[in-house]
Design a binder for this molecule. Structure first.
Ligand code: SAM
Length: 231
């Protein structure tokens, strides 16, 4: 388990984003278009009820929130430490700028979603936050990459085209940390670094939770249920 937090951020004068979660407000959706497609898959892991309350944790520009709105949810709170991301999320939802590891929710929710982001967080600290955010019997739903790649050292390069735009990406994995360069010909370059968590990391941080996992191509969807007997 990696306990170090990778919070450093740096933007060069040319606007190139370096290091964890330093997505520029304008280019995240364009640069990561390929990765935004599974927001609906994450949301469909659970039945969405109009009367239920939802958190989109580390919600960024609101990919999950948008899916929730489409499915009729009205009580949605999005939390992210980067206002430049949050300001692009749907306007009719509650927005909170906070570090997910330290967030102190003022109320309880039925479901907390976290898409493409749990790998930025310390899991022990996150467990406490999720516990305080959920009602008894509530769900924490998130995704992880399902990878066979070595977490000691590996490298992948991909070049692809999407909606007429050319993209390049390079992923370097070194000792459990992934460093992902993403580039599109029109939208610039981004570098983000995150941990390569696996199922055992989740199980050891969320010990008394009921854990269910659905496997999809290259992705694992986790549904963690808080005990009904916990306050
Ligand atoms: C890959 S983006 C995913 C955004 C969104 N969930 C989505 O599905 O498009 C990761 C997001 O996590 C946010 N983030 C990273 N570390 C965070 C932290 N400690 N607390 C809150 N947000 C964080 C970043 O600002 C960024 O918006």
């Amino acid at each position: 388990m990696y306990s170090a937090t990778v919070q450093s951020r740096y933007t060069t004068r040319k606007g190139i984003c370096l290091l964890n979660s330093c997505y520029k407000s304008g280019n995240y959706d364009a640069l990561y278009a390929r990765y935004l497609k599974n927001a609906s898959q994450l949301v469909s892991q659970i039945k969405i009820g109009r009367r239920m309350s939802y958190v989109d944790l580390c919600g960024g520009t609101g990919a999950v929130s948008r899916e929730l709105v489409k499915k009729g949810a009205v009580d949605i709170t999005i939390v992210d430490l980067n206002w430049n991301m949050l300001k692009r999320a749907p306007i009719n939802i509650k927005k909170i700028v906070a570090n997910a590891e330290e967030w102190k929710p003022e109320r309880r929710y039925d479901v907390v979603f976290c898409r493409q982001a749990i790998t930025y967080l310390n899991l022990e600290r996150l467990e406490k936050v999720i516990d305080s955010a959920l009602k008894p019997g509530g769900f924490f739903v998130f995704n992880l990459i399902d990878t066979e790649r070595s977490t000691i050292a590996s490298m992948d390069h991909k070049a692809y085209a999407l909606d007429g735009k050319k993209y390049q990406e390079l992923t370097l994995i070194l000792f459990g940390m992934a460093h992902h360069f993403q580039r599109s010909e029109k939208d610039g370059i981004d570098l983000t670094s995150f941990r390569m968590y696996g199922r055992s990391d989740i199980e050891s941080a969320f010990k008394n939770w009921d854990i269910r996992i659905n496997h999809a191509p290259k992705a694992m969807y986790f549904m963690l249920r808080k005990s009904r007997n916990k306050g």
